[in-house]
Design a binder for this molecule. Structure first.
Ligand SMILES: C[S@@+](CC[C@H](N)C(=O)[O-])C[C@H]1O[C@@H](n2cnc3c(N)ncnc32)[C@H](O)[C@@H]1O
Length: 290
């Protein structure tokens, strides 16, 4: 079977340097996020970026980086606060949409193609760095965290939003990887949705780490509508369907629809409302390097 999904089903330890070829994994992930049209899904999660920008307490004039910005949700939220924002992502088409959104709102944001694991900025370039469901997907967790720390000034702020392993989206990724196995030995992105893993990644550089679990609700006309929407537009599920034969596609569609029925909090069946838990974390970096 093809290994395309960017996730693993476990939340085990991060991969070692002697493990999988992370560059190959990342190249495959880049193709995954370029498929479908993530913009359609991003428009349903604008609120998480707005809440993060507020929690990060951005100040007008701050230099802010949005890592793995997609079509620009967090970058635009930061720009609305009067900050000077750079957004980076490795999918150029998403940046084209992000630029159009900024222009439509009369906001100035510098959107650049870049890799979360090798940020193209000197040390201490930003007062704050944000990443909404973004840095969690880069395969080398330690390198990604080190880059966020490096480009943010001492005493600056990191703001992270990541899906939790035990929430609806965690279950969604486990459902996909039951049908299309992930690359062996790559650490689960869902680890970023746990306090322990964030302490491992950021503890040495942090003066304070504050996390809060929040729940957003995805709403669809029906469980089938959820499956169709994520199949068509969301790269990870779009690519999973593409990797399967006809019977595999039917089985994955049935399991995703069943997933939505199980998580639906509406007692009368439809429309469906899917509560989805994520971890919002604000990290204040130490004022001096350790
Ligand atoms: C779930 S989307 C989130 C996008 C955006 N932050 C939002 O809130 O809508 C994940 C994004 O991470 C980007 N991404 C994943 N790994 C990346 C990497 N190593 N470098 C740059 N972008 C990456 C993908 O292209 C995609 O836009």
């Amino acid at each position: 079977m093809t290994t395309i999904s960017p996730t693993t089903t476990t939340t085990g330890p991060a991969a070692t340097p002697a493990g999988p070829d992370l560059a190959a994994v990342k190249a495959k992930q880049q193709r995954t996020w370029s498929s479908g049209d993530y913009t359609v899904i991003a428009s349903r999660i604008v609120l998480q970026s707005e809440l993060l920008a507020e929690a990060a307490d951005l100040r007008s004039g701050d230099r802010v980086l949005d890592v793995a910005c997609g079509s620009g949700n967090a970058a635009l939220a930061a720009a609305r606060a009067g900050t000077r924002v750079v957004g980076i992502d490795y999918v150029p088409d998403l940046l084209t949409t992000a630029r159009a959104r900024a222009a439509a709102e009369g906001l100035t944001v510098d959107f650049q193609v870049g890799d979360a694991e090798a940020l193209p900025f000197p040390d201490a370039s930003f007062d704050a760095a944000l990443s909404v469901f973004g840095s969690m997907f880069a395969p080398d967790h330690h390198r990604t965290a080190a880059e966020l720390i490096r480009v943010t000034r001492p005493g600056g702020t990191l703001g992270l939003v990541s899906w939790t392993p035990d929430g609806f989206i965690g279950d969604f990724f486990r459902t996909i990887t039951r049908h299309v196995p992930p690359p062996a030995g790559v650490a689960s992105p869902l680890l970023w949705g746990t306090r322990d893993h964030l302490a491992t990644l950021f503890g040495a550089a942090a003066a304070e780490i504050r996390s809060v679990e929040r729940t957003c609700v995805f709403r669809f006309a029906s469980a089938e509508d959820f499956t169709d929407t994520f199949r068509r537009w969301y790269g990870p599920s779009h690519q999973a369907f593409a990797a399967l034969d006809d019977s595999g596609r039917a089985a994955l569609a049935a399991d995703l629809t069943d997933l939505a029925r199980r998580w639906n909090r509406n007692p009368d069946g439809q429309p469906v409302a899917l509560p989805s838990t994520y971890l919002e974390t604000i990290i204040t970096l130490r004022a001096t390097a350790t």
